[in-house]
Design a protein around this ligand. Structure first.
Ligand code: ADP
Ligand code: MG
Length: 492
């Protein structure tokens, strides 16, 4: 939680409370067509062009199930260790809304396709598994557009009937940081499995946050509020922080928390009430009569399992085992598909696999972070990167020089050969003993008192001498050789 401690320093009771959060995350599936008809799901097409009589809910039309949506749902369920429900049917959730032409939404009410399961998160170095309640399939509604016309609200039904997976957690998150990590993990996984593009700004991934607070040690959950319209992971965190502070404020004043649906205002980071429980709908759920129940077989699950890419956790373990990478290196490289595939391409061209990993988590990651770039925008080819790694490992240039001088130059001229750059900039490591002896003698001559101190026993002055040689050589001296020669000369 991000509290302003200055403001709340006078409220010692703040620590008495615990926040409890449950999230409902909607992800739009990457199917080409809608959940119950062949209309395109393409985002950004002109309004009301992805619509047939079925999306428009004309009387007499019948839905047909999109099998790809089932496959994607099972994939995500397996990745999160859910139980896959074998016998499924859809239900009608009845309510009136202008952008819902049928007057009901088709959703899985009693038989969510996936049950239970967990999502691992890591916050402040501590790993924990967040308990899931369910993942179910449902269709999206259309979109009301309030700002296109001065006098009317416009309706775009392109989105009506697009398949969604709703991922519902148990009330098992206890801070906004945990919620942030949880949504981040979901986005990573849906992208990894190509279940959803995870783009919250375009609305293909949306999150509602349920928040309550209770006294620490209390078993019973407090009354929750549900915050809608969270269109970025950052806003999920902001809205939760705001609500926790607001709810504790109410309890501290002795006021009752009302069960409400609230909306987040991204402009000022606050929330406002949309409706309270008294106004809640009675959805009159009943089984959808126009769609046959469907079953998921053992063979189907087997086939889906075989088609799944290696999961980040498995990949991480393999990287550590196969290439002896550190925990950190394995995590960074397994973190997203692009980084993994860059690593895999570079190691095709060099034997120094661990060094490649160190370049990726070191200089390459710093460069990308500083310039706010994605690895897909990195222009140095894997083969060239391997060359750079090789000339360091072969001792032609030092790692420091390669990272600080050659690497930036290579980014400017990605088609150049790293060794050519090293030659042009005169950076090849000096291994020639004559040159090294000369520099070392010059250094000794410039600090005779230090040489005396060394001879009297202050052996740790080696580092000082070596540093001076490094300066003289402008970083080109082979440091291992330098240290050896210094010690030899002074111990003669
Ligand atoms: P509703 O019927 O109001 O949609 P659900 O029981 O289906 O409520 O839960 C919706 C979401 O709210 C779930 O993610 C659940 O974990 C979460 N939730 C339920 N009760 C609480 C609570 N008291 N505090 C925080 N989150 C809660
Ligand atoms: Mg709800």
């Amino acid at each position: 939680m991000e509290f302003s401690f200055l403001t709340f320093a006078a409220m010692p009771d703040f620590e008495k409370y615990e926040a409890v959060i449950g999230l409902e995350v909607h992800t739009q599936l990457l199917t080409k067509s809608k959940l119950f008809c062949g209309d395109s799901t393409q985002f950004g097409n002109p309004p009301n062009t992805n619509i047939s009589a079925i999306s428009l809910a004309h009387p007499g039309t019948l839905p047909v199930m999109n099998e790809k949506a089932i496959e994607l749902a099972v994939k995500l369920g397996l990745a999160f260790n859910c139980d896959i429900v074998r016998d499924n049917y859809f239900a009608r959730k009845n309510y009136f809304y202008p952008d819902l032409p049928k007057g009901y939404q088709v959703t899985q009410h009693t038989t969510p396709i996936c049950k239970n399961g967990t999502i691992p998160i890591k916050v402040n170095g501590k790993e924990r598994k967040v308990q899931l309640n369910r993942i179910h399939l449902e269709e999206d509604a259309g979109k009301s557009i309030h700002d296109a016309d001065e006098n009317y609200t416009c309706i775009d039904l392109n989105r009506a009937g697009v398949p969604l997976l709703e991922i519902v957690s148990e009330p098992d998150l206890f801070s906004s940081e945990e919620a942030f990590a949880y949504v981040t993990e979901i986005r990573k996984m849906v992208r990894h499995l190509e279940v959803c593009d995870g783009n919250m700004e375009e609305g293909s991934m949306r999150c509602d946050a349920n928040v309550s607070v209770r006294l620490k040690g209390e078993k019973k959950l407090g009354t929750k509020v549900e915050v809608k319209n969270l269109n970025s992971i950052r806003n999920v965190k902001k809205a939760i922080d705001y609500e926790i502070e607001r709810l504790i404020g109410l309890l501290e004043k002795g006021e009752e928390v009302l069960q409400q649906t609230r909306s987040f205002d991204a402009n000022n980071g606050t929330t406002f009430s949309m409706r309270s429980k008294e106004e809640a709908n009675d959805y009159r759920y009943f089984p959808e009569p126009d769609l046959a129940p469907f079953s998921i077989t053992e063979e189907q699950i087997e086939t889906i399992l075989l088609s799944m890419p290696e999961l980040p956790e498995q990949l991480e373990a393999r990287l550590k085992l196969e290439f002896s990478l550190s925990d950190e290196a394995a995590k960074v490289i397994a973190d997203d598909r692009e980084t993994t595939s860059f690593f895999e391409s570079v190691i095709q061209n060099t034997e120094h696999h661990k060094a490649v990993a160190n370049w990726i988590i070191g200089p390459l990651r710093s460069y990308l972070n500083e310039n706010n770039l994605d690895i897909v925008r990195f222009t140095v080819k894997p083969k060239t990167m391997a060359r750079l790694v090789n000339i360091v490992e072969e001792g032609q240039v030092s790692f420091g020089i390669a990272a600080s001088r050659i690497f930036p130059e290579l980014i400017q001229a990605p088609n150049k050969d790293p060794l050519d750059i090293a030659n042009e900039l005169n950076l090849i490591q000096e291994k020639n003993n004559d040159a090294l002896h000369l520099w070392i003698d010059e250094v000794f001559a410039s600090m005779p008192d230090k040489v005396q101190e060394y001879k009297k026993g202050k052996k740790n002055l080696t580092g000082l001498f070596a540093g001076e040689v490094k300066k003289k050589s402008r970083g080109k001296a082979d440091m291992q050789a330098v240290i050896k020669i210094i010690n030899q000369k002074l111990n003669q």
